[in-house]
Design a protein around this ligand. Structure first.
Ligand code: NAP
Length: 474
């Protein structure tokens, strides 16, 4: 009989097939299975030199039998009901001590429910976020693990072997019990939405405010990638903008319909932030912007009705403006990350996870879509002050905000003047302005609430009078 596999993987789509090759390459024998069975044989046939380390299975029974107990089994399929169906199909075939690892983009609430469902079965469950897309899965993703610490200890070695490395450290960590790993992955994606939207807004200023070509804008992003904005997303933005359409020879990006897709993780981030009462306005703005982008026909009709804004962009092109744009993007990025980390801090309290903030920033430094130089600074800031209320009040980040906020203000003002939409940049600016305002305007809201609903308020002088003399309308 052939040697048994050390690990199994179900789902040979984009992510699963690359993850399986990564595992085989790092020296673990792996069994694979796919809903459409022909894919397993096809996958092994395409695996080249790695084929001897892969056991392709046609049936789920053969798959389970090909793995040495206790079996670690990674499920990398479409998130949602399909995962429950897959777990149900596996359950009768598994034995005590086997570990099911859901590596898809699950909603962390589903992950918590799956833990509960598998609690008394003798099986172990791990909810694991994997970031880095196709390339990351193949050569080293960032891996965010949720489950018991003991179950993580059993798969730590193989996960560390396939994870991305940053200065020698694997970008993989146990982050907490239950849904912790999937929650952190969700917030990672929420931050990714904000990052991408802000880049797109700066692209909009350069394209529509300054009339620059895609190629010229690409070169600008290329320069920024060598500075403080150095990151994977800026790097690919440069490459995307420099790419020509093979059909027309025009910039590829100019031939793409301006309708952005979304699969749910950005929306979940915004929903969870709202549920917990933590402002994550840049993430919310980015999710809303994608929704608005998909309303193409309505936007076309509205432009026909209202016309395009005929306001000139008020800032002069040149080096000072380029510097302002770079700093504006940097300031807004700080706002988005500060919000994402604040959401995780609150979730950590609410779900009793003790999420390790410096570790999260550390495992995002390589392998994942939001990897950047900037995450080094975040790791340092949280290592120095793990319980800080907000990233922007740490010494390093408050200095960066002080330096870059005037640029964000100038760019947002100019974009607003010219009628260029900058919802994520402007929400980040308002977040800073509201966060550092010791006396805001909610006193009026409290008065209104008390007027129509007798909801009461606290007085500034501490007197125990909690309702206003609103008269007949109160
Ligand atoms: P994909 O290429 O579309 O592949 C989907 C896989 O799921 C296929 O193997 C498919 O099998 C299987 N599947 C679908 N419905 C199923 C069902 N009802 N029962 C059993 N298997 C089913 O998707 P992907 O991009 O690899 O994504 C897989 C997971 O990783 C998703 O949760 C996704 O959100 C997550 N993820 C994706 C990325 C990314 O960049 N793509 C990054 C991180 C995480 P068939 O071949 O039979 O259709």
């Amino acid at each position: 009989m052939a040697e048994l596999a050390e690990i199994g993987l179900i789902g040979l789509g984009v992510m699963g097939s690359n993850l399986a090759l990564n595992i085989a390459e790092k020296g673990s024998r792996i069994a694979v299975f796919n809903r459409t069975p022909s894919r397993s044989a096809e996958f092994v046939a395409e695996a080249g030199a790695l084929a001897p380390a892969i056991i392709g299975c046609d049936t789920i029974e053969a798959f389970v039998a090909a793995i040495r107990p206790p079996r670690p089994i990674i499920i990398m399929i479409k998130a949602g009901e399909a995962v429950d169906q897959q777990i149900d199909a596996l359950k009768p075939l598994l034995s005590g001590g086997d570990i099911i690892i859901d590596a898809g983009n699950a909603n962390f609430r589903d992950t918590i429910a799956r833990f509960d469902r598998l609690k008394d079965t003798g099986l172990t469950f791990i909810g694991m976020g994997v970031s880095g897309g196709e390339e990351g899965a193949r050569h080293g993703p960032s891996i965010m693990v949720g489950g018991t610490q003991q179950s993580y200890a059993r798969v730590e070695k193989v996960l560390n072997s396939i994870a991305a490395r940053y200065e020698g450290d694997p970008c993989c960590a146990w982050l907490g019990e239950g849904g912790a790993g999937h929650f952190v992955k969700t917030i990672h994606n929420g931050i990714e939405y904000a990052d991408m939207q802000m880049i797109a807004e700066i692209y909009g200023v350069l394209r529509d405010g300054l009339g620059k070509s895609s190629r010229d804008i690409g070169a600008i992003f290329g320069r920024w990638n060598r500075g403080r904005l150095n990151s994977y997303l800026i790097e690919i933005t440069e490459k995307v903008l420099a790419t020509a359409d093979p059909e027309t020879g025009k910039p590829m990006v100019d031939m793409i319909v301006d309708r952005a897709g979304q699969k749910g993780t950005g929306k979940w981030s915004a929903i969870e932030a709202q549920q917990m009462g933590v402002p994550a306005t840049a993430i919310e703005a980015a999710v809303a912007a994608r929704s608005l982008s998909s309303m193409k026909a309505e936007r076309e009709a509205a432009e026909a009705l209202f016309g395009t804004p005929a306001y000139a962009f008020p800032l002069k092109d040149g080096a000072p403006l380029m510097n302002d744009l770079e700093l504006a993007l940097f300031a807004a990025k700080i706002g988005a990350y500060a919000q994402g980390f604040a959401v995780m801090a609150e979730a950590s309290r609410e779900f009793g996870w003790s999420l390790p903030m410096p570790t999260i920033a550390r495992i995002w430094r390589a392998g994942c879509i939001i990897r950047s130089q900037f995450l080094d600074e975040i790791t340092k800031a949280f290592t120095d002050k793990p319980d800080v209320a907000n990233l922007i009040v740490t010494p390093a980040f408050s200095a960066m905000v002080a330096e870059s906020l005037p640029s964000l203000r100038r760019i947002v003002s100019a974009a607003v003047t010219a009628g260029i939409p900058v919802p994520a940049l402007s929400s980040a600016l308002s977040y800073f302005d509201a966060y550092r305002q010791a006396r805001g305007t909610a006193n009026l809201i409290q008065a209104q609430r008390d007027f129509f609903g007798a909801h009461g308020f606290d007085r500034t002088d501490g007197l125990p009078l909690h309702h206003g003399p609103w008269g007949a309308g109160g």
